[in-house]
Design a protein around this ligand. Structure first.
Ligand SMILES: C[S@@+](CC[C@H](N)C(=O)[O-])C[C@H]1O[C@@H](n2cnc3c(N)ncnc32)[C@H](O)[C@@H]1O
Length: 400
């Protein structure tokens, strides 16, 4: 069935009208409506590009990350975001100690990519993108991805050429090792570098801010029935700073039982030394996911974004080790994006290829998770989807 023709001129005029008071117009939208508009506009924008516009956009894409990093490091984005009026080139240059002539060029670039708003010839202000780059994820992400990851992505074509375009599935068979000229896997490499460790931990903590979390889809009370203060209620395996434990505690302040975050020793040390607000009452424990789970009979073992870091064989090992701690009352929550067969989102597909580059691992579909769980003697009892954007799901797994 053909769809009725759309008046492209009227659509363009409406968009231009919408752009005149962007902030107010966007405020009137729900999250779902905003996402729908953003995706539709993005598709139209890409498909209406002239041929060489597409080429220029793609071949210069790698300029955007270093430029974003400069905006973060000079605090241009911070300054624009904290001052509630437009700012001149001279003001920005003086406060950030950037040469005014260079500042003019940077601002010209940022406005052309929508990273800031130009109000007049010499008047600039923050917009949603500027503000995004001042968040914890924006600041830490610009640095960790530019300095640590980007050289690895650039090494992917050569790596694939040399390996005959085989899908990377061996833990040490990915461009991470050649690009970094190291034998250390990424987590070990980061653990030896305090600056990058801090950036990575901040990225982990902030990367999903603004999206729903698993507790938006699950009534956790059902997992606490009959629990007492000594019941192990929630063990966040590979939980980094314990941010998900804090979320659970804040949503369910009266939940009985123990809440524990487990991670590598240096991560736990850092989580204890610089605890996040709300960390009180949460236990922090070193634990290697490649050894049998030492906390037995927890109601919920929770793992967010752990399996996507590992190839299949290691995932089965991780799950088998978790299984060793389980009783009939235990469940595992696997909190990961589940890849659909078609129409995967851009945020999901880029994450998938970052996993290939750095870990020889992958984002998985539900049947792929099923195979891993089956091999580890587990089965899926339920799946809760909690984001549309990434198809983030909680896969609830129990003993077979
Ligand atoms: C992708 S991050 C996810 C962190 C956290 N679950 C989240 O969703 O924000 C992976 C985590 O696995 C931890 N990790 C890596 N290797 C580990 C190991 N052998 N034992 C325990 N934790 C490990 C890392 O330190 C990191 O915190």
């Amino acid at each position: 069935m053909s769809t009725p023709p759309v008046d492209a001129l009227a659509l363009t005029e409406n968009l231009e009208l919408f752009s005149r008071d962007l902030e107010a117009n966007i405020k009137s939208l729900s999250d779902d409506e905003r996402y729908r508009l953003s995706e539709a506009a993005r598709k139209v924008s890409l498909s209406t590009e002239a041929t060489l516009d597409s080429v220029h956009r793609i071949v210069h894409a790698s300029l955007q990350l270093p430029l974003a990093c400069i905006g973060v490091e000079t605090k241009i984005f911070d300054m624009l975001s904290t001052i509630e009026r437009s700012i001149t080139i001279a003001e920005l240059a003086e406060n950030t100690k950037v040469d005014p002539a260079l500042m003019k060029r940077l601002l010209r670039y940022y406005q052309s990519f929508g990273m800031i708003t130009q109000q007049a010839d010499d008047a600039f202000s923050a917009n949603n993108v500027t503000k995004a780059m001042t968040t914890m994820a924006g600041r830490s992400g610009a640095q960790i991805f530019l300095y640590v990851h980007a050289p690895v992505w650039s090494a992917l074509p050569q790596f694939l050429r040399e390996t005959g375009y085989a899908n990377p599935t061996e833990p040490t068979g990915c461009p991470w090792y050649t690009a970094k000229n190291t034998k250390d896997p990424i987590w070990e490499w980061i653990s030896k570098r305090p600056v990058q460790l801090e950036q990575m931990m901040s990225w982990m903590q902030g990367q999903r801010d603004g999206l729903p979390i698993f507790l938006d889809a699950i009534d956790f009370n059902q997992y606490a029935r009959g629990a007492t203060d000594s019941t192990l209620i929630f063990v966040d395996v590979g939980g980094n700073r314990g941010h998900q434990c804090i979320n659970l505690k804040q949503r369910y302040p009266d939940l009985p039982g123990r809440i524990v975050v487990q991670d590598q020793p240096h991560v736990i040390e850092e989580a204890k030394a610089n605890p996040l607000p709300g960390f009180g009452g949460i236990e922090a424990q070193s634990h290697d996911i490649f050894s049998p789970q030492k906390l037995k009979g927890a109601r919920v073992y929770y793992m967010r974004y752990i399996l996507h870091d590992w190839p299949d064989r290691q995932c089965v090992e991780i799950l088998q080790n978790l299984r060793a701690g389980m009783t009939e009352e235990s469940t595992i929550f696997i909190d990961e994006m589940v890849m659909p067969e078609s129409g995967a989102s851009w945020r999901a597909t880029q994450m998938d290829l970052v996993m290939a580059c750095c870990f020889a691992s992958t984002e998985r579909s539900l049947p792929e998770f099923e195979v891993l769980l089956n091999e580890a003697g587990l089965k899926i009892s339920k799946v809760y989807q909690y984001t549309k954007q990434l198809n983030d799901c909680i896969i609830v797994a129990i003993l077979q």
